[in-house]
Design a protein around this ligand. Structure first.
Ligand SMILES: NC(=O)c1ccc[n+]([C@@H]2O[C@H](COP(=O)([O-])OP(=O)(O)OC[C@H]3O[C@@H](n4cnc5c(N)ncnc54)[C@H](OP(=O)(O)O)[C@@H]3O)[C@@H](O)[C@H]2O)c1
Length: 362
């Protein structure tokens, strides 16, 4: 329908989260007025970092209590907004009726506002690549926006771990259909890859999951990734910038989706090894990941790794629509590690100091 006006009013759901917090900060940096939606405004541990942003002191950033489980609670918040970045998680992706209801709550508040012209729906690459049968990746190894998981696979069920991917697709479609029916606003989906980068608040170290895995690496214990998939990453700041670019873009259309990732891919044990390479002063002790998988999966590790190695990650579409550029994963890992230590006080498992050099004879 229409991009948001520069310096307009934007509501952000999930504003206390890892990604939502960066969407808020970068919107403020670009001059917008921001309504940050959180479940509990008075939860200082989760909202203190938002209140410390300069825009809060002036009133350009305001905080609002809203729970996706409660219909109507976004009505007053969205009234007068130009755009909505719907970044929040929901409580349960496995209950498809509940997923749909949370969408309907947001949609009804957007409709009621009569001011919102664009909604960015945060989905995931899980809605692009999550397959019950990895042979689908062999058949269709190019990961781009028009690729969908094999939705006809009878094993694609919440019980088998596909609830998140299925729930994200329900949301993408619910918003696109509602916006098309309305004709007053459009819904554009962003599908982020694995977010890595700096946390802004200590509570975010437990979320993620990728920064939480890096926390485990720093502490000396972390797990192998599901079916040996390499991390397919985006810096959380670039992801946030992509969301804002989609709010502003003149070229996007209702129902389109845009993948946000740098196209960097790295195995989890190599992410761990990167820490010492990037920050040798830390003397971080590399450890091998704990492999939690049953023997039948472990026996196929080489096969799974070979399949993932064929995958071709593409991001031309979001770069063309928004002009966003993606920083290298090394920068994201470095800044994530430093923030985990500085913001959340995460201790680092270090290797023994090098033995002192023997004094030169004579
Ligand atoms: N992190 C990634 O690598 C990644 C990758 C792909 C897609 N995504 C998507 O990006 C979005 C943000 O992810 P994230 O990692 O930033 O998550 P996060 O740090 O866990 O933050 C999610 C936020 O969602 C809010 N939330 C959860 N249930 C809610 C409910 N019932 N009502 C209102 N708010 C609710 C929470 O709000 P409160 O703090 O106020 O309780 C929380 O701050 C999600 O939609 C996720 O699926 C993330």
């Amino acid at each position: 329908m229409a991009p948001v006006p520069r310096r307009g009013v934007i509501a952000v759901t999930g504003a206390a989260g890892f990604l939502g917090g960066w969407v808020v900060r970068l919107l403020l940096d670009r001059g917008y007025r921001v309504r940050a939606c959180v479940r509990r405004v008075d939860d200082e541990a989760r909202t203190g970092f938002l209140k410390a942003m300069p825009g809060y002191a002036s009133g350009r950033l305001t905080l609002h209590a809203a729970d996706l489980d409660r219909p109507g609670c976004f009505d007053d918040i969205f009234a007068g907004c130009h755009g909505v970045a719907h970044v929040a998680h929901i409580s349960d992706y496995n209950d498809q009726g509940y997923v749909r209801r949370t969408c309907d709550h947001i949609i009804a508040s957007v409709e009621a506002s009569r001011s919102v012209t664009r909604v960015i729906v945060t989905s995931s690459v899980a809605a692009v690549i999550s397959e019950m049968d990895l042979q689908e990746v062999v058949r269709r190894p190019v990961f781009y926006e028009d690729r969908y998981p094999d939705e006809m696979n009878p094993k694609r069920t919440p019980e088998r771990g596909q609830g998140y991917s299925m729930g994200k697709l329900i949301a993408e479609r619910a918003f696109a259909e509602a916006a098309a029916a309305s004709g007053f606003w459009d819904a554009v989906t962003c599908c982020p890859g694995d977010n890595v980068g700096p946390i802004q608040s200590a509570h975010q170290k437990d979320m993620g999951p990728w920064q939480h895995h890096i926390e485990g690496m720093l502490r000396g214990r972390y797990e192998q990734n599901g079916v040996y998939r390499p991390w397919m990453t985006v810096d959380v700041r670039d992801d946030a910038a992509g969301h804002i670019g989609l709010l502003e873009s003149l070229s996007v259309r209702n129902g389109e989706r845009y993948i946000a990732w740098s196209t960097d891919a790295r195995n989890v044990e190599d992410v761990c090894a990167s820490i010492d390479r990037l920050l040798p002063e830390l003397r971080h002790q590399w450890t091998a990941p704990v492999d939690p998988f049953p023997d039948r999966l472990k026996a196929r590790e080489g096969e799974f790794r070979a399949i993932w190695a064929q995958a071709e990650l593409r991001n031309e579409r979001i770069r063309a629509a928004t002009g966003v550029s993606f920083r290298p994963l090394d920068d994201s890992i470095r800044d994530c590690v430093e923030s985990l230590i500085a913001v959340a006080g995460v201790p680092v498992a270090t290797r023994p100091a090098a033995a002192p050099t023997a004094p030169a004879p004579g």
